[in-house]
Design a protein around this ligand. Structure first.
Ligand SMILES: CN1c2c(nc(N)[nH]c2=O)NC[C@@H]1CNc1ccc(C(=O)N[C@@H](CCC(=O)N[C@@H](CCC(=O)N[C@@H](CCC(=O)O)C(=O)O)C(=O)O)C(=O)O)cc1
Ligand SMILES: N[C@@H](CCS)C(=O)O
Ligand SMILES: [Zn+2]
Length: 740
């Protein structure tokens, strides 16, 4: 019998219940017991939903209060001494969010997704022990409600590869210290009554560093011995295993899960490698996108595996898609019938498993529906021809001189990254507009009021390049999606980004175009209030692509070019409206980089070209900025330089300018704003601290090309932090300027 399996379910809740419970707990208005009760309710509901849908292997232990990597590290005793029990919740949240002088753990992107995990920092001598067994607890929680589940663990090799070394130790060297904790976890899971355990090793879909293959062999020998009665499913996703396929199938595991959406071609070799006693888990339903599965195409692929022991599953955890389509009644019906969110994807998995066992006739009606949608999509008109690539801008030195004549900025000019606090008042104003209790004119007036206040305050403070504050934007991707043709947006399509923070990615389903200017009236209004050069703020094409659900009937490059043409028109309109500086944010530029080195050059070529398409139409006197955060740039620094922006602002405060080495090593050609304030922490840095960071930056870069700015936008901070921190930033720039 083919097993219908799921690998992980969204945990934020269909109405973001976890978000609100967490934020109430942090605000002190709800107790720990209330938070845990919400968590139990959410887990119970998602188990029931999956059971009801007919899923045979329901994941458990896929839930996390903040982040599964952090909570795996905590359960394995990374942050506590042997003999100590589970990490108290307060300590867990301190690691996640920082407190007082304790900085939070570094947060970074989970592979090529918009989900962020917390990075455990490990050093030589790190000890591990099983401080808690959330996986066994999850199995028991399910069984108490008559639901046998398959617990999900992040595997030991990926856990170490995702961690960072605090002292130069290779984290893989810690494997012998780590394995006993995993072995104890597996024994506990078996005792709790699980038959299968899913061990996620997404790093198998990446280029493995030296020693990793041996680490997999050592680790899985040890895990297989730890709980001989337990079936191990080695779970991979986000790409094909390629040269790692023989390694994966050679491990002593009872099953291997493959992402056949990202790499259907790997099935052929997998079939040849799978041992007779091994179950193949076919990841046929796209866990990274919202499109309904073409059931016939999926069955054709799965049919090649006939004769093998099979599971059918989504390609990866459903964490990356919204909960369900139920409430999305406002979507264009032609789009809605093309969609499948998490709940609908469960139905597809079950249908595919059934068809494999009972034949296509068993799901005839579903197949007819799926065929009709596939035909409808194929019948869409071909995309319009793309404009030829425009010529590059004049040389940087020429335009920099002209820009300085126009802008007359001091050395170390001060600026911010764009957004100011999105306060409860602002969100409530927007919610009132959406509900219809406030009209457009009232909304416009309220936002203008916030802009006027922000501009006045920045002038008073002495910020050299002010911004309008992005108050009118719900989110830097969604705001543009709502204004561009070809995009659709959901009412409730929330996906967890980190902790309690969510995003509602727009859906790109038709050709992209810009019916009218999107930001010009706000920036022009802000510019009318000040003689200082106002910086216009746009989200770049690569980031809009990366943070949307993108149609899969065109190459991503083509969709990105369409977006870039729309943003180019906006840049030109901002320039025509008298905005002298335009920042095109590309925080997701790095996130879009393929996981495999051999695939990267192609991506970088078109991603850079799309950025240049946006930015290259302006006059020499117009200054183009870009901004990137959460990024490790050393390996793509040439491509970032090729974007040819006049100034780039980056996140460097937490790492004390570590990143700048990549920029100096490369002889960075233009302006750079290395962040001097870690905005992910509630800590307010002093002027002295920020001045020190600026001095550090000046060791790497010439003074006439360095800017003073925070790491990223300030939308998640409160005014109580923003006011004093920016005052300190201006004082820091003044102090260091005086030393030049
Ligand atoms: C820079 N980052 C971003 C990423 N991806 C994006 N798409 N956008 C980003 O900015 N990826 C990398 C990082 C991740 N960082 C963040 C930071 C902050 C958030 C965040 O704060 N998200 C908000 C939701 C933002 C939003 O869409 N707001 C809307 C709706 C707000 C809302 O919930 N309204 C309530 C009613 C409010 C009331 O009555 O007071 C409702 O609808 O029920 C808006 O402002 O209008 C969050 O709340 O989590 C995300 C990623
Ligand atoms: N301009 C955006 C960039 C965030 S990455 C902001 O300030 O929020
Ligand atoms: Zn940023």
């Amino acid at each position: 019998m083919t097993i219908a399996a799921n690998l992980g379910y969204p945990r934020i809740g269909p109405h973001r219940e976890l978000k609100f419970a967490l934020e109430a707990f942090w605000a002190g208005t709800a107790s720990e017991a209330e938070l845990q009760a919400t968590a139990v309710r959410l887990r119970t509901a998602s188990r029931a939903l999956q059971q009801g849908a007919g899923i045979n292997h329901i994941p458990s232990g896929d839930f996390a209060l903040y982040d599964h990597v952090l909570e795996t590290a905590a359960a394995l005793g990374t942050f506590s001494a042997e003999g100590e029990g589970p990490l108290p919740l307060a300590s867990l949240f301190r690691l996640a969010r920082g407190a007082g002088d304790t900085p939070a753990l570094e947060m970074t992107k989970w592979f090529d997704t918009n989900y962020h995990y917390l990075v455990p920092r490990l050093s030589a001598g790190q000890r591990f022990h099983l401080a808690a067994n959330p996986w066994a607890d999850a199995v028991r929680e399910g069984l108490a409600q008559h639901c046998r589940t398959r617990p999900v663990l992040l595997g030991p090799v990926s856990f170490l590869m995702l961690a960072k070394s605090a002292d130069g130790t290779n984290p893989l060297a810690l494997l012998p210290a780590l394995l006993p904790a995993y072995a104890a976890a597996l024994r506990g899971i078996a005792e709790a009554g699980a038959a299968w355990v899913q061990i996620d090793e997404p790093c198998l879909a990446t280029d493995l560093p030296a020693g990793a293959a041996e680490a997999f062999e050592t680790a899985y020998r040890s895990l297989a011995e730890a709980a001989p009665g337990l079936c191990l499913l080695l779970c991979t996703y986000f790409g094909g295993l390629r040269e790692n396929l023989p390694l994966a199938f050679g491990l002593p595991v009872q099953g291997v899960h493959l992402d056949l959406v990202r790499d259907p071609g790997q099935l052929a070799l997998a079939l040849a490698l799978a041992r007779r006693d091994q179950t193949l888990s076919l990841g046929l339903v796209d866990g990274r996108n919202v499109w309904r599965t073409d059931l016939r195409a999926a069955l054709n692929l799965a049919g090649r595996a006939a004769g093998h022991r099979l599971m059918v599953a989504p390609s990866c955890s459903l964490l990356h898609v919204p909960h369900g389509l139920r409430g999305e009644t406002a979507l264009d019906p032609a789009l809605r019938r093309r969609l499948a969110f998490a709940e609908e994807k469960l139905g597809e998995v079950v249908a595919l498993a059934r068809a494999l066992d009972e034949g296509e006739a068993a799901i005839a009606a579903l197949l007819r529906e799926s065929d009709a949608v596939a035909a409808e999509r194929r019948a869409e008109a071909p995309p319009p021809a793309l404009a030829p690539e425009p010529p590059p801008r004049t040389a940087y030195a020429t335009r920099a001189a002209l820009q300085q004549v126009r802008l007359n900025l001091p050395p170390l000019p001060t600026t911010t990254i764009g957004s100011f606090p999105q306060t409860a008042e602002i969100r409530a104003t927007r919610a009132a507009l959406a509900r219809g209790t406030l009209d457009e004119a009232g909304y416009e007036a309220a936002m203008r009021g916030h802009i006027a206040e922000a501009v006045r305050w920045q002038e008073e403070l002495g910020i050299d390049v002010p911004v309008h504050g992005e108050f009118e934007r719900n989110d830097m991707a969604k705001y543009f999606g709502e204004r561009l043709a070809g995009f659709a947006f959901t009412r409730n399509g929330w996906v967890q980004s980190y902790g309690s923070r969510c995003v509602a990615p727009p859906i790109i389903w038709r050709d992209v175009a810009r019916p009218e200017p999107m930001t010009v009236r706000w920036s022009a209004y802000a510019q009318s209030l000040t003689g200082r050069p106002m910086k216009g703020m746009l989200t770049g094409p690569v980031t809009l692509l990366q943070w949307s659900f993108v149609r899969d009937d065109l190459p991503r490059e083509t969709v990105c070019r369409q977006i870039a043409e729309a943003i180019r028109a906006e840049v030109l309109d901002l320039e025509a409206a008298g905005i002298p500086i335009v920042q095109i944010d590309e925080p997701a530029f790095r996130e879009g980089l393929p996981l495999r080195a051999t695939d990267r050059a192609g991506y970088l070529r078109w991603a850079v070209a799309c950025f240049r398409l946006c930015s290259s139409g302006v006059r020499d006197e117009t200054q183009i900025h870009t901004h990137m955060c959460y990024s490790e740039f050393a390996d793509i620094i040439e491509a970032i330089a090729a974007m040819d922006a006049d100034v780039i602002s980056i996140e460097t405060a937490r790492s004390r300018m570590e990143l700048l080495e990549a920029f100096t090593g490369f002889a960075w050609p233009s302006g750079i704003g290395p962040g001097v304030w870690d905005i992910h922490s509630p800590r307010i840095p002093s002027a002295a601290e920020m001045a020190d960071l600026l001095r550090l930056a000046l060791r790497h870069l010439p003074a006439d090309r360095v800017w003073a700015n925070p790491d990223c936008g300030l939308k998640t901070r409160g005014w109580g932090e923003v006011r004093p921190a920016l005052e300190n930033l201006v004082r820091a720039a003044e102090a260091v300027r005086a030393e030049l």
